[in-house]
Design a protein around this ligand. Structure first.
Ligand SMILES: NC(=O)c1ccc[n+]([C@@H]2O[C@H](COP(=O)([O-])OP(=O)(O)OC[C@H]3O[C@@H](n4cnc5c(N)ncnc54)[C@H](OP(=O)(O)O)[C@@H]3O)[C@@H](O)[C@H]2O)c1
Length: 326
């Protein structure tokens, strides 16, 4: 089968297409013929090997596992021994975690990992990124912030993968939402439901003194130190972008002061903590609260181009690899 691989950390041109053996459905696994995969900002960070301490898991001198891609949607073709809940023909989506291999024509995943049925009527391309932006947002908005109706949340990076879903989910949770993006995306972010939009080239939201209950910096462009003045007295600053500064502030604010800083690595949570978030996310989807935003689509043989586009840092919502005809 065709699969994207990388053998050294670096720019998008380290991504190569290769022929690899098709996986099989070992006991406890399901074999999936992939239809779509999302190319995420996290995928490109893994490719670059940043932040550098991530190489402790990925490989110090170069990637230990050359397979690429984590987000997938496709059709179950075969189930291994001891698998319950899935059958050939099921439409499924999920995340491979550190096994990778979603930028390929086929993947085999453990049936008890993060894999679920695609809701009726949902396309493969809309389902493929669900465990990236939307699930991460559920972790941050529900678990970290416990966002309540009437609270005011500022979402920095509102036009990205996490941002587009966060604006919609925060509105569904009854919050007042301020989205931060460039002027190019202002009307778009409003169309997702944002009550207010800040153009980061014209205004600095960190100067909005004491305005927000929660600041969710989905793209990690600010810091707790700069943004805390914009928080209400017991406000929360949170970001999914890991840095040593944020980790330090997280531990410091846990012990001292009323304003807090938080980080979480959603994909590293145990599956039994991710499943309830996914269940609640699917319910919000069923109720029509979330529209998936697809920016660009690429065939698998242009996977390096897809990575280069995500590298610009200005994608709108999600970038999709199209993997074969349904
Ligand atoms: N911790 C976790 O659990 C977790 C899980 C998933 C992802 N992540 C991380 O989350 C981060 C965000 O991922 P993503 O996929 O949402 O990113 P993304 O889609 O690539 O972000 C692109 C967006 O960022 C906006 N942007 C660029 N510069 C900006 C600025 N200075 N201020 C505000 N917005 C700006 C762009 O809007 P304009 O074009 O309008 O500038 C664009 O729409 C990544 O670092 C990823 O690794 C963490």
């Amino acid at each position: 089968m065709k699969a994207a691989v990388y053998h050294r950390y670096g720019p998008a041109n380290v991504v190569k297409l290769t022929e690899t053996p098709q996986p099989t459905a070992a006991p406890g696994h399901i074999l999936i013929r992939l239809r779509a995969s999302a190319v995420t900002a996290a995928d490109t960070m893994i490719r670059r090997g940043v932040p550098r301490f991530g190489r402790l898991f990925l490989g110090l001198r170069g990637p230990k596992n050359p397979a690429m891609g984590t987000q997938f949607a496709g059709d179950v073709v075969e189930v291994g021994a001891d698998v319950t809940g899935f059958a050939p023909g099921d439409r499924v989506f999920g995340e491979t975690g550190l096994a990778f291999g979603a930028h390929a024509e086929w993947v085999a995943v453990k049936a008890d990992e993060l894999v679920a049925h695609i809701p009726d009527g949902m396309t493969y391309e809309d389902a493929a990124p669900l465990c990236d932006g939307p699930l991460t947002d559920m972790n941050f908005l529900r678990n970290l912030a416990d966002l309540q109706p009437g609270q005011h949340i500022l979402i920095n990076g509102a036009a990205g993968s996490l941002g587009t879903a966060a604006v919609q989910l925060a509105k569904a949770m009854g919050a007042e939402v301020t989205g931060v993006c460039s002027a190019r995306n202002a009307a778009f972010v409003r169309s997702l439901g944002a009550d207010h939009v800040v153009d980061y080239n014209r205004a600095d939201f960190t100067r909005h003194s004491g305005r927000y209950d929660v600041i969710y910096d989905t793209v990690g462009k600010s810091s707790f130190g700069r943004a805390k003045h914009a928080l209400k007295p017991s406000g929360l600053y949170m970001s999914p972008v890991l840095g040593l500064g944020l980790l330090g502030q997280m531990f410091w604010t846990k012990c001292f002061g009323r304003k807090r800083a938080k980080f979480s690595a959603t994909g590293m949570l145990p599956v039994d903590q991710q499943r309830p978030l996914l269940r609640d996310l699917l319910e919000l989807l069923r109720q029509g609260h979330l529209r998936m935003i697809i920016d660009r689509r690429f065939p698998l043989d242009r996977v390096a181009e897809a990575h280069a586009y995500v590298d610009t840092g200005h994608k709108r919502g999600n970038v999709i690899l199209e993997l074969g005809q349904a």
